[in-house]
Design a protein around this ligand. Structure first.
Ligand SMILES: CC(=O)SCCNC(=O)CCNC(=O)[C@H](O)C(C)(C)COP(=O)(O)OP(=O)(O)OC[C@H]1O[C@@H](n2cnc3c(N)ncnc32)[C@H](O)[C@@H]1OP(=O)(O)O
Length: 475
């Protein structure tokens, strides 16, 4: 196939690889004008050979055009030329590219693959059956590092099927519902498996399962990988740490950590930074616990939710106090990283059951914020607090409770719950304008006092400032 211009100046090699720049690989343009002229020449060659290929296959429209190549990121043309001592000859072309396909495997199951495809193949009529097709095809396989079996063929002609059978022994097709032909071995090749793995990730959803347990892959390879990852989460704790109904404590902590890590790895809008909750700041008396900031960053409030929900599911667990303390020692982070807004003398938590274990685990190791005030059992100076009485919050019980939070002026914080009519009350236990030292036992921790409000419903009878808030799951 000859052209009106000298193609030997454009194509220095017998086979040239052309991408969407429409310039052959390795082509060096002397200036911009030269580059523009060359792309125009190459476009003309591609359109002409594409037309010839379509005619040879009996197609109405060419599969290969310069415009399609220019507008495609993953299509490549291998052009075969010959220097005949004059202006040169074009002998044929081979176009390949990746396509996202839904194909049937040997079992008839649908697979989503991003497969390399043979899109167009043509050798000039005068040179067919002379081995040029094989030379061109082999060159492409070598350059792209493909094997013949992993290629999907777009609507192959009888000549191409015969070509593939002869040179590569590809004869057993896997029946498909589309125009592509794939052969036995398509799914067995390593790179196809890699493609399947890559595409199977597209099945990751934001379903509750994915959020709780991480991405759920569909194929067997990924199931195996996932189970391997889970087994690597085992904590090096001895079996004697926890007794009672916990038969596999590694499982206990694995599940906890998997849920935490799944939450911390949230992506997209769920992983976007959220503004500070002002109520949370009030409760935690933030300005006095600056040291807690590093750990607070590690553990966001959603992690607290996980721990709480986990606690609900571990109703049957029972942990002795001694073992809990042993376990605490093993899993403790360096204590200087953790600063509770409650002083250590006050933070005398009695572990009465597994809920305390998990609460302690979370607060001591991560200092999580929201809902972490399981300080019902915390002794406060001058307070009458029943340490054996454990009160569940709304997330633990699933029931609507009233929460009463008393924020003191001297960094003491309490969180108590009473069964009431569905909303919480925040009470700042001194009237505005009253010095911080003003605080008596009568004024503290009296849940009933919040019900005796003044006429505007803004202050209690003792002059406390009352805030009503609704407890909502999304908080
Ligand atoms: C996805 C697609 O692109 S489908 C479209 C494929 N392209 C076409 O059909 C266009 C017309 N045909 C051609 O351009 C060429 O025949 C090609 C590209 C298929 C093969 O190129 P060739 O240079 O002929 O291949 P090569 O010489 O290396 O191999 C020859 C073998 O190809 C097959 N083959 C080539 N031409 C023919 C033909 N006319 N009839 C039957 N088989 C043929 C045969 O198996 C042949 O082996 P044989 O001669 O021992 O029978």
């Amino acid at each position: 196939m000859e052209f009106r211009f000298d193609i030997t100046k454009i194509f220095k090699e017998n086979i040239s690889r052309i991408g969407n720049s429409l310039l052959p690989n390795g082509f060096i343009a002397s200036d911009r004008r030269c580059a523009l002229d060359t792309t125009a020449y190459v476009a003309e060659i591609i359109n002409t050979v594409g037309q010839a290929s379509a005619a040879a296959q009996g197609l109405n429209h060419p599969v290969t055009t310069s415009d399609r190549l220019r507008n495609s990121d993953d299509q490549v043309i291998y052009l075969m030329t010959e220097n005949n001592g004059r202006s040169g000859l074009v002998l044929g072309l081979l176009k390949i590219g990746r396509k996202s396909l839904y194909v049937f495997d040997q079992n008839g199951d649908t697979r989503h693959v991003n497969a390399p495809c043979v899109l167009d193949f043509y050798i000039h009529e005068l040179r067919q059956r002379a081995g040029l097709g094989k030379v061109l095809f082999e060159y492409m396989l070598e350059q792209e590092n493909f094997t013949p079996e992993e290629l999907a063929i777009d609507r192959p002609s009888e000549k191409l099927l015969s070509f593939l059978r002869k040179h590569y022994g590809l004869s057993t097709k896997i029946p498909q519902m589309n125009n592509f032909v794939i052969f036995d071995g398509f799914f067995g090749s390593q790179k196809s498996a890699r493609d399947l793995h890559r595409t199977s990730q597209t099945y990751v959803t934001t379903s509750p399962n994915s959020i709780l347990f991480g991405p759920q892959y569909l194929n067997a390879e990924n199931k195996r990988r996932q189970s391997h990852v889970r087994s690597n989460h085992d904590l090096p704790l001895g079996n004697n740490q926890i007794n009672g109904n916990i038969t596999n404590k590694n499982c206990f902590y694995n599940n906890l950590l998997i849920r935490i890590s799944a939450k911390l790895n949230n992506v997209g809008r769920y992983g976007a930074p959220r503004p500070q909750c002002s109520l949370n700041q009030i409760i935690h008396n933030k300005e006095t616990s600056v040291e807690a900031e590093p750990t607070r960053k590690l553990m966001n409030d959603t992690t607290a939710d996980i721990i709480k929900s986990f606690v609900e599911q571990t109703d049957n667990l029972s942990v002795s106090e001694k073992n809990v303390q042993d376990t605490k020692q093993e899993v403790d982070e360096p204590s200087d990283l953790i600063t509770s807004p409650i002083s250590s003398s006050q933070h005398d938590v009695k572990f009465s059951d597994d809920r305390n274990l998990v609460d302690s685990f979370a607060s001591d190791n991560y200092n999580y914020n929201e809902s972490s005030f399981e300080t019902f059992d915390t002794q406060h100076e001058g307070d009458h607090v029943d340490s054996n009485k454990f009160r569940y919050n709304k997330r633990q019980t699933g029931k609507k409770n009233v929460s009463s939070i008393v924020v003191g002026s001297d960094e003491k914080i309490e969180f108590n719950q009473i069964s009431d009519d569905g909303f919480g009350v925040v009470k700042i236990n001194r009237p505005f304008g009253v010095p911080a030292s003003y605080r008596t036992h009568e004024h503290s921790y009296d849940n009933d006092s919040v019900h005796s409000r003044d006429s505007e419903n803004t202050h209690t009878a003792d002059g406390f400032f009352d805030l009503k808030f609704y407890s909502h799951p999304l908080w």
